[in-house]
Design a protein around this ligand. Structure first.
Ligand code: NDP
Length: 288
């Protein structure tokens, strides 16, 4: 039976640490402050922003959700974003995606100053990641950062490991692949046009599924030895409406060494990473 690597104990440890760091920052006259711009009332976005606000408040930071109407004009949206980008009392800023169609052409990642970019999508932060940074200077994208935090907690050393990352999105697959390379793993980035995916996943020490297809990865993608580590990034619903990942957990649980669950795995770590980025961003701004 595989070890199930749950986020809860990891999150608890980090929350304690972030709470202490927040309190130290407060003693130095700065309460970390996050502004989240939410356009419209897309139900998952409302839940995500609410969860992020609660997490920030739990660690002692301030978090305000700036709710704009679904049909807000482009001018109003941009001027709101610019106001908080310039406001020196705001330490972290991001726009909850997706944006409504009439705003979706805006590259919001580039409009948030890099030192407030708690999502880690500004070109300067992504460049640092490309240049080999493991988070020493860059604010890293939250989900990839959360995956690395989980692996470190489990004592998995990435050096020399072969990793198959399935999915090449800008928010998960690509930055996670780069980050793992920075930890000296050998990464094969797979996508919908990859030929013979099973051959690649069977030869990998670690498989990361970031596909967006419920239970796509099953035991047919694993080798017989049962020594592989499976990271499930997916957040989907199965045919009964239950939350599930990209990995068919019940099919693989006795055929791998370690697996992250859904729910209670990588998803929870994404918010934790956001909290870590807010504290890091606040410190960067205080040093300036
Ligand atoms: P995208 O839809 O942006 O990307 C999906 C990727 O999967 C694409 O690169 C696509 O390839 C690839 N893919 C699709 N079908 C196949 C296939 N048959 N074989 C191999 N690769 C395939 O998704 P995201 O990266 O945004 O999200 C992926 C999943 O992770 C979703 O379930 C999402 O909800 C979840 N997620 C979870 C987060 C968390 O906090 N845990 C955070 C963000 C996302 P191609 O590029 O060729 O189309």
């Amino acid at each position: 039976m595989a070890t199930v690597l749950k986020a809860a104990p990891i999150s608890q440890q980090i929350v304690e640490d972030l709470t202490k760091q927040c309190s130290l920052l407060k003693n130095n006259g700065c309460i970390p402050c996050l502004k989240v711009i939410l356009v419209g009332a897309h139900p998952p976005s409302v839940i995500y922003t609410r969860n992020k606000k609660k997490f920030m408040e739990d660690i002692g930071a301030e978090c305000e959700i700036i709710a704009l109407e679904e049909d807000v004009s482009e001018d109003t949206f941009l001027s709101t974003l610019q106001t908080y980008a310039k406001d020196s009392s705001v330490n972290g800023l991001f726009v909850q995606l997706p944006l409504p169609k009439h705003l979706s052409h805006i590259d919001v990642g580039q409009m948030v100053p890099p030192e407030k970019d708690v999502d880690g999508f500004h070109a300067q932060n992504l460049y640092k990641l490309m240049a080999g940074d493991k988070g020493e200077r860059a604010l890293l994208p939250c989900t990839p950062k959360g995956v690395i935090t989980m692996l470190k907690y489990a004592g998995v050393n990435l050096e020399g490991k072969s990793v198959a990352v399935i999915g090449r999105s800008l928010i998960v697959g690509k930055p996670l692949s780069l980050l793992m390379i920075n930890y000296n793993a050998t990464v094969t980035m797979c996508h919908s046009r990859t030929s013979d995916l099973k051959k690649i996943t069977k030869s990998a020490d670690i498989i990361v599924a970031a596909i967006g297809k419920a239970k796509f990865i099953n035991s047919e993608y694993l080798r017989e030895s049962g020594d592989q580590i499976l990271i499930d990034v997916g957040i989907n619903h199965d045919e009964f409406g239950n939350l599930c990942g990209d990995i068919d957990q019940s099919d693989v649980e006795d055929k791998c060494a370690l697996i992250t669950p859904v729910p209670g795995g990588v998803g929870k770590m994404t918010i934790v990473s956001l909290g870590q980025n807010l504290i890091a961003a606040t410190k960067i701004q205080m040093e300036k």
